[in-house]
Design a protein. Structure first.
Length: 395
C-alpha cells in the first residue's frame, strides 16, 4: 500500500501544470480543487503523513497482539498453577488418609492435646512416646535435646508451639534422605537389584515399580531371581502379565546369578531401558543366601562393570528396630543404595523411617502406604510428616 502512495506522489510531482486552455477544456481531476481563475492546488494528502499514520497503525496492532499473547500466556500459567495446587492438595489428602491412625501420630497428638504444662515431665512422656513408636534411641535423643534447649530458652508459648517445633525437627531429619531414584538414560539398561527379607512385600513392590516406570515411558524387563521360594517365580510372572512385561525366569532351584546374567543379556538385546531383578527373600542372618547376593553382583559386573546401578532394599515399616539391623547387613553384603519402606498405612507406627534416616542416611526412594498401585509413592518428606502429624489446626 505504501508503494502505491509513493508512486502516486511521484506521478503528481512529475506532471506539468495544465495550461489555461487545457484547464478550460477539461474538468479538474477529482483529486484536485480549483481556486479562483482556474489555478490548480496541491493534493489534499501528504505522503509523509500517510506513511506515519500507516506505521502508527501497524505499531498499535502489533502492541495489541503482543498484549493479547501475554494475557493468554498469563492465563495459561494461572491455569497450570491452579492445577498444580489442586494436585498437591489431592496428594496431601491421600497421604493423610493413608497414614491416619498411625501409632506415632496417635501418641504425640494424645500427649500434647489439652494444653499440658510445658515441663520436664512432659518431655519425659514425649521421649517414651517416640521410643514406643520406633523412632529409635539416636533420633529420639537428638529430638529431645533440641526441644529441651528451646523450652529452657522459653521459645514455646504453649503445647501448640512445641508440637510445631517437633514437626519441623522431624521434617528436617527426613529432608536429608528425600532423594528420588533417577534412572540414568546413559546406563541402558539401567539395572535395579531388589533385595529384602521374606514377607516385606518385595515382589509386589517390583510389580508396582514396573508399572510406574512404564507410565514414564520406560521399556521394562523383569528377572525372577528368587529361585528359592516355590511360588516366587509365578508371583512375579503374574505381575508381568498384569503389566504386559516380559519376565526372564528359570526353574525353582536354579542359580539366581545365572538368571540375572541371562536377563541382562536379554535386556541388552531387546533395547530395554530398565531391568528389575527380584532376589530370594532371606533373613539377614542367613549367610549362604546373603553370599548369593554378592555372587549376583559379581556376575552382573562381567557384562556391565557398573551394574547393578541401584540396589533397593525393601523394608517392612512394621518391623521396628529390626529394620536397622537389616539395613546394616544388607548394606555390607549388597551395597544398598536406596530404600523402599512398605506397609506404613493403617496402624503402623511409622517411626522407623526416622530411625533409618538418623542412623544410616540411606536415601528413601519409595514408601508403601496402601495396597493400590498408586499407593507406592515417591518419598515426599513433607507429605509424610503432615500425614503422621497434621498441622495443629488440622490435627
Amino acid at each position: 500500500m505504501l508503494k502505491f502512495f509513493r508512486r502516486r506522489a511521484a506521478a503528481d510531482a512529475a506532471a506539468p501544470a495544465p495550461s489555461d486552455a487545457a484547464s478550460q477544456a477539461a474538468p479538474a481531476p477529482a483529486s484536485e480543487t480549483t481556486a479562483a481563475h482556474g489555478a490548480r492546488t496541491q493534493p489534499a494528502w501528504n505522503l509523509d503523513d500517510v506513511v506515519a499514520a500507516w506505521e502508527q497503525s501497524d505499531t498499535v496492532a502489533a502492541a495489541a497482539a503482543a498484549r493479547a499473547e501475554l494475557e493468554a500466556a498469563a492465563a495459561r500459567e494461572r491455569a497450570l498453577s491452579d492445577e498444580a495446587a489442586a494436585a498437591r492438595a489431592a496428594s496431601a489428602a491421600a497421604w493423610r488418609e493413608r497414614l491416619k491412625g498411625n501409632g506415632l501420630g496417635r501418641a504425640i497428638t494424645g500427649l500434647l492435646s489439652g494444653n499440658p504444662k510445658l515441663d520436664e515431665d512432659l518431655l519425659d512422656e514425649l521421649e517414651t512416646a517416640l521410643l514406643g513408636a520406633d523412632v529409635g534411641i539416636s533420633a529420639t535423643t537428638a529430638l529431645l535435646e533440641d526441644l529441651r534447649a528451646r523450652m529452657a530458652a522459653r521459645e514455646f508459648a504453649d503445647a501448640d508451639a512445641l508440637y510445631d517445633a517437633l514437626r519441623a525437627d522431624l521434617l528436617g531429619m527426613l529432608r536429608k534422605v528425600e532423594t528420588p531414584l533417577v534412572v540414568d538414560d546413559s546406563l541402558r539398561p539401567f539395572v535395579l537389584l531388589v533385595v529384602g527379607v521374606n514377607g516385606v512385600g518385595k515382589t509386589t513392590t517390583i510389580g508396582k515399580l514396573a508399572r510406574h516406570m512404564q507410565r514414564d515411558g520406560a521399556r521394562v524387563l523383569l528377572a525372577a531371581g528368587d529361585t528359592f521360594r516355590a511360588a516366587a517365580v509365578e508371583q512375579l510372572k503374574t505381575w508381568g502379565d498384569r503389566n504386559e512385561v516380559t519376565v526372564i525366569a528359570q526353574g525353582q532351584g536354579a542359580d539366581a546369578a545365572s538368571v540375572a546374567f541371562d536377563a541382562l543379556q536379554a535386556a541388552r538385546a531387546r533395547d530395554i531401558d530398565v531391568l528389575i531383578i527380584d532376589t530370594a527373600g532371606r533373613l539377614h542372618n542367613q549367610s549362604g543366601l546373603m553370599d548369593e547376593l554378592a555372587k549376583i553382583k559379581r556376575v552382573l559386573g562381567k557384562l556391565d562393570a557398573a551394574a547393578p546401578h541401584e540396589v533397593l532394599l525393601v523394608i517392612d515399616g512394621t518391623t521396628g528396630q529390626n529394620a536397622l539391623s537389616q539395613l546394616r547387613l544388607f548394606r555390607e553384603t549388597a551395597g544398598v543404595t536406596g530404600l523402599a519402606v512398605t506397609k506404613l498405612d493403617g496402624s503402623a507406627k511409622g517411626g522407623v523411617v526416622f530411625a533409618l534416616a538418623r542412623e544410616y542416611g540411606v536415601p528413601i526412594r519409595y514408601v508403601g502406604i496402601g495396597e493400590k498401585l498408586e499407593d507406592l509413592r515417591i518419598f515426599d518428606a513433607a507429605a509424610f510428616v503432615d500425614g503422621l502429624l497434621p498441622p495443629r489446626g488440622d490435627a
